[in-house]
Design a protein around this ligand. Structure first.
Ligand code: NAD
Ligand code: GLY
Length: 365
């Protein structure tokens, strides 16, 4: 399919630091042309077996056609790729192949590949440029934007990382055609989270969700570009999460705990969806958020096939995981809560008994 629409959104980080997020359909293989006008040299294309088979070969050839020396390297699929050991293998390979400070890393894949490749690019020789080519919905609307990169530690996810912004994010929504349904729907939780942060975007989602679910390319471009704008604006204002970037953690306090308490039976997006409902219930009880906005949020989550109730979850386990959360306090947990569609507040401490009530309402026993 040809490129029917391209949107270029600039993430403005101040002091002249900025990068484009190029969202469109069918422009994946134009990356070499775009790069050739800006950088030259040797590049490491980091991907996994699935993405290599689907898009990696063509992307590599198109880069080579524009004069790049490309070394493609495959990492395991899933979270096990995000380890220091795996990063070490990439450093070994890059050193053996003569990579230097002028080399480039390209991440082709979901958030796992993006986080690992970004971490390696940010630490190899104190930091070399990298490009995000996100292929999952979650990576296109969230993980590829904002420069958080990390690997996991045995004591927790994303515990070892750095901020390293990409030079560009190259988002071809046509790659979503091959994304498994459950992954696609999971990515919609972060999209709806952005809707709670921005009321116009929420209305767009209410109007377009059937087309979105059908993966209509024009709708995907519009919705993904919208998410990029919302996250990009927040990141631009608070790159290092000293303040308002924490708004992006809406739904994640309960979500992360639920993900772990379910022993990862719930995907990240499914757990965040239930976490969004949990945040809404708490906000209702605190008198911050109206029943009408809460019901609209639940209705949209339900419409796209995300869960709003937890099954077979121990409330005690969820509380335990929440207590280990970096943001936990002795007298309760700190939450990001919605105030109205389009307004979210962070740093709100909620008493434990209120959390217990909300977990019971979410179906945890
Ligand atoms: P993922 O990278 O594991 O991708 C999900 C699955 O979909 C994988 O099996 C992958 O191979 C497959 N896949 C991806 N694109 C595909 C495509 N187009 N066609 C077919 N299969 C495809 O998971 P994810 O949900 O993309 O990302 C999750 C990771 O992102 C987590 O490690 C999380 O910590 C991280 N994350 C990072 C940030 C950030 O700001 N850096 C934000 C959110 C999440
Ligand atoms: N995913 C939240 C952030 O990037 O800050």
């Amino acid at each position: 399919m040809g490129c029917i629409r391209l949107q270029e959104i600039w993430i403005e980080l101040g002091q002249g630091r900025r990068y484009p997020v190029v969202v469109g359909t069918g422009h994946l293989l134009e990356l070499g042309t775009w790069l050739a006008e800006r950088l030259t040299g040797q590049c490491l294309l980091v991907t996994n077996a699935t993405l290599r088979r689907l898009y990696g070969g063509d992307l590599k050839s198109s880069l080579q056609a524009r004069g790049w020396q490309v070394n493609a390297i495959q990492v395991p699929d899933g979270e096990e790729a995000k380890t220091l050991a795996q990063a070490g293998l990439l450093y070994d390979y890059m050193l053996a192949e003569g990579f230097d400070r002028d080399s480039l890393v390209i991440a082709l894949g979901g958030g796992v590949v993006g986080d690992l490749a970004g971490f390696v690019a940010g630490t190899f020789m104190r930091g070399i440029p990298f490009i995000q080519v996100p292929t999952s919905l979650l990576a296109q609307v969230d993980a590829s934007i904002g420069g958080k990169t990390a690997v996991n530690h045995r004591l927790g996810k994303n515990l070892v990382g750095i901020f390293h912004q990409p030079r560009a994010v190259w988002t071809d929504v046509n790659t979503l055609a091959t994304l498994p349904e459950r992954e696609f729907i999971s990515g919609l939780a972060e999209v709806i989270k952005h809707g709670v942060i921005d009321a116009d975007y929420f209305a767009l989602l209410e109007a377009t969700w059937p087309n979105l679910l059908a993966r209509d390319p024009a709708t995907l471009v519009q919705v993904i570009a919208g998410s990029v704008r919302i996250k990009g604006k927040i990141v631009a204002a608070d790159e290092r999460e000293a303040g308002q970037r924490a708004l992006l953690n809406l739904g994640h306090t309960i979500g992360h705990a639920l993900e772990a308490a379910s022993n990862y039976r719930y995907s990240h997006g499914e757990a965040v969806a239930i976490g969004l409902v949990g945040a809404g219930l708490l906000a209702c009880r605190l008198g911050l958020w109206s029943a009408v906005d809460h019901e609209r949020t639940c209705a949209l989550l339900r419409a796209v096939g995300l869960p709003i109730i937890a099954h077979d979850i121990s409330a005690q386990d969820v509380l335990c995981y929440m207590a280990h959360d970096k943001k936990a306090r002795a007298d309760g947990a700190r939450f990001v809560l919605p105030v109205r569609l389009g307004e979210v507040k962070c740093g709100l401490t909620v008493p434990v008994d209120m959390i217990c009530d909300a977990l019971a309402a979410l179906g945890a026993v």
